[in-house]
Design a protein around this ligand. Sequence first.
Ligand code: AMP
Length: 283
Amino acid sequence: MYSFREIARLQEALRQEKTAGRRIGFVPTMGALHEGHLSLIRTAKAATDTVVCSIFVNPTQFNDPKDFEKYPITIKEDILKLTGVDTDILFLPSVAEMYPEGVNGQHPHYDFGYLETVLEGAYRPDHFQGVGIIVEKLLRAVQPDDLFMGQKDYQQCMIIKRLLEITQIPSELHICPTLREMDGLAMSSRNMRLDPPARQIATHISRSLNYVKENINSLPFPEIKQNANKQLQEAGYQVDYVEIADANDLRLLREPIKGKMVALAAAKLGEVRLIDNILIDQP
Ligand code: AMP
């Protein structure tokens, strides 16, 4: 695996790959890698010829400075894991490399419309602007044919779809399934911050989403959401939201629709905020 810290060096290497007619796959991450990340790399390896993984903890997407400070960094282990799945190129830039204009400098403002006003957008002001800023910079650096992201961050995938439209960047977005621990907890870098008692309780977030799915046709939505919320609170979570939305546009729903819905939840265990979602397909 080749590693680059500078965009110019990365692009030099990628030019050779592209000249040789190789298809470039890209998996952007913030590191503290787990099997969920590695599953994206494996999917990218199967679909493309040269796979680039980036590790960059992006300061502009953290609305909570404490969350940024405590974000786990495990570069040595990450490199071993990436080598283990035959990643071709690791891009490991510094903050100065990605933000020559300064983190607080002038950045584009994207019109994500409604998407930015609900769920994570409502609870994490400016988070998706920060995501847009860094993903555009990374895409312009790597210029991948294919971009691989996780359904775990469902709303983020929709934002990136919109970003590709806004910027007219011709990469194809592939949304990959969420990998889970044995007890159902969605894998996440933030899980490392859970102490053993919190880790035991953490499973309730996926349980509550399964409860929503199981009752989607039998109970009114306000009651389902209230019950799921209560289950999480009783388990020890501080709940931001449990919602049911149209999977196409994240419009919040009051009753079932035909086609795909998505149940989404965000809740905190102590200082650790977890999110999860589950697709509900109605034939
Ligand atoms: P992050 O490092 O948290 O920014 O995540 C990098 C990429 O990995 C994003 O596209 C995430 O959606 C994806 N990802 C995170 N957790 C999982 C998971 N449990 N399963 C599949 N993909 C994931």
